[in-house]
Design a protein around this ligand. Sequence first.
Ligand code: HEC
Length: 145
Amino acid sequence: MQPVRPPVRPAFLILPLCLVAALAACLPTGGMRPEPTPTGAEDFASFCAACHGPQGLGNGPQAASLPRRPANLTTLSARNGGSFPMTRVMGKIWGYAQHDGQVMPQFAPLLDNQNMVLFDSGDGISTPTPLRLVQLGQYVETLQR
Ligand code: HEC
């Protein structure tokens, strides 16, 4: 007479499957993982410091060779009655506050299609805004003296 095999208990199947799933979730996703978003300080060092200087004083290594002197970014609030002109600064970085004889490049192409955040620049209206643009504006605000 054949011995009767005990039925496999479902718990013995489910437990290893759970472990495999948990391990798979921990594996690196290879090249699929998006690059971490640079901080405002990092973006400033990469894209602004050459002209405006590492502290935003307007004395970067490229400043001397420019047709116009890069603005001193540490006195923006002082020159604006004591309040930081966030909207104007972001507009300048983005490039829609451009005019003839513009020296500073437009950063919109660089910052576009990035993480968007809802940002209220002070008018009470939250607008979808590239995170890196917000971070740059906030970083420039920290340079105020
Ligand atoms: C190629 C040199 C150059 C680079 C790079 C550059 N700027 Fe400028 N920026 C200037 C010059 C020159 C001016 C002043 C003339 C003008 O307004 O165009 C200026 C003006 C500004 C102003 C206006 C200041 C005011 O008094 O209203 C802000 C704000 C500013 N830059 C921020 C930035 C930030 C932030 C970055 C980096 C994302 C950056 N700039 C990169 C050259 C540069």
